[in-house]
Design a protein around this ligand. Structure first.
Ligand code: GLA
Length: 389
């Protein structure tokens, strides 16, 4: 981290000139289980990573905003202003930090000076490890620090989600921003998205590692399909509510769902709702299994989660299915599933230490043979939330 800090501070001075500047970091995240439950009032179980978004910032004494990303150096400095906080296609990645300025304004925080901001992310591009939420949270954290706003980390998560929903038009749930803002080293967060109550659960994988496989599939229709799934669940909920007074799909046990499911008038919607209900219950069971040190059961629940996302929720696709189905064949794989929104992105697997090399080799080869291009693999560690470096 120290090396990266020096590199980004030096780059900041090259780009924006000498003077005082502060360095920050916010992690990326991976979800261990509980997928597409966070907008259905269910539970999720994500953790922050040690990879993420590094940033250097300083206050200006005018209303200009200047942005520079070391991941997109060819774009140079992108300039905007506090008086022009509207999303636009040409603004590219800067729509994420701009959205945070806008969201803070909507929340009644007054910011009257702009900033110079430099970012460097080491989350693989388009991997589904929440680089955008990481940028949102690091920006919120920076502004809270530089302008003395005293915003809690939980609020930074909510502000990030609000900005993603209303400024960037993706109707995401709270999981990503929450996992990033509230991350705790070596712990996953068991979050009830119905009321934001949460508990940290230690993840001590004695003799095993968390391995992420990135499909490198470019996401295209992902965001529109995401919003479509949300709507399907909302319609299914409304149909159930005609027969049972529930607030969210997360209120239902599997048995209750089986009793009331005929209220849902369409087969596809019934499958979507089934996933939301069963996945929530699986997440509760998985956390209990982990707490009881039953890592085998945790792995089986991860596998069942993938099957449900593949067959009932239909958000996997051949790339993610190939990665997971090949992973299941490797000796020493405790569990493997897609993670994040799906439609591309990556998988998360728990792999015994001695099997990690074979896993990367075998899954990598089978993937390349079948899909035609390579996947990337990362052995990751669970890190903490945002910080001033
Ligand atoms: C994306 C969204 C999250 C969550 C996941 C699916 O990452 O941003 O809110 O819905 O997909 O679990």
């Amino acid at each position: 981290m120290k090396d990266i800090k020096n590199t980004i501070l030096q780059k900041f001075r090259e780009v924006y000139g000498e003077g005082e500047a502060h360095a920050f970091f916010a992690p990326g995240r991976v979800n261990l289980i509980g997928e597409h439950t966070d907008y259905n009032g269910g539970h999720v179980f994500p953790c922050a990573l040690t990879i993420g978004t590094y940033a250097v910032a300083r206050k200006r004494n005018d209303r200009k905003l200047r942005f520079f990303s070391m991941n997109f150096e060819h774009l140079g400095i992108i300039t905007s202003s506090l008086d022009d906080l509207k999303p636009c296609r040409e603004a590219g990645w800067t729509n994420y930090p701009k959205g945070i300025f806008w969201a803070l304004g909507q929340r009644g925080y007054e910011i009257n000076e702009g900033i110079d901001l430099l970012l460097f992310g080491n989350i693989p591009n388009g991997s589904g490890l929440s680089s955008s939420a990481s940028v949102e949270v690091v920006t919120g954290y920076i502004l809270s620090e530089l302008f003395g706003l005293g915003i809690s980390n939980q609020d930074l998560a909510l502000i990030g989600q609000f900005s993603e929903n209303k400024f960037n038009g993706v109707n995401c749930g709270i999981m990503d921003q929450f996992a990033i803002a509230m991350g705790k080293k070596d712990h996953a967060i068991f979050l009830d998205t119905a009321d934001l109550s949460y508990e940290y659960a230690p993840v001590q994988l004695d003799g095993a590692k968390i391995v992420i496989a990135c499909s490198n599939k470019k996401r295209g229709l992902g965001d529109s399909k995401y919003n479509e799934r949300r709507e399907e669940c909302e319609t299914a909920l409304a149909e159930i509510q005609k027969e049972m007074p529930i607030q969210t799909l997360g209120d239902l046990t599997e048995e209750q769902f089986e009793q009331v499911k005929s209220a849902i008038k369409d087969d596809v919607r019934r499958k979507r709702a089934k996933h939301a209900v069963y996945e929530n219950q699986r997440t509760i069971k998985a956390v209990k299994a982990l707490q009881e040190n039953n890592i085998e059961l945790f792995g089986q629940l991860m596998n069942a989660s993938h099957v449900s996302l593949r067959d009932d929720y239909e958000v996997t696709g051949k790339e993610l299915d190939t990665l997971v189905e090949q992973a299941w064949k490797v000796d020493g794989v405790i569990g493997s599933r897609m993670t994040g929104a799906g439609f591309g992105g990556c998988t998360v697997s728990i792999v015994k230490d001695e099997a990690v090399d074979a896993f990367i080799e075998q899954v990598g080869k089978a993937y390349k043979d079948k899909i035609g291009y390579a996947a990337d693999f990362y052995v990751v560690e669970i890190g903490s939330g945002p910080c001033h470096l």
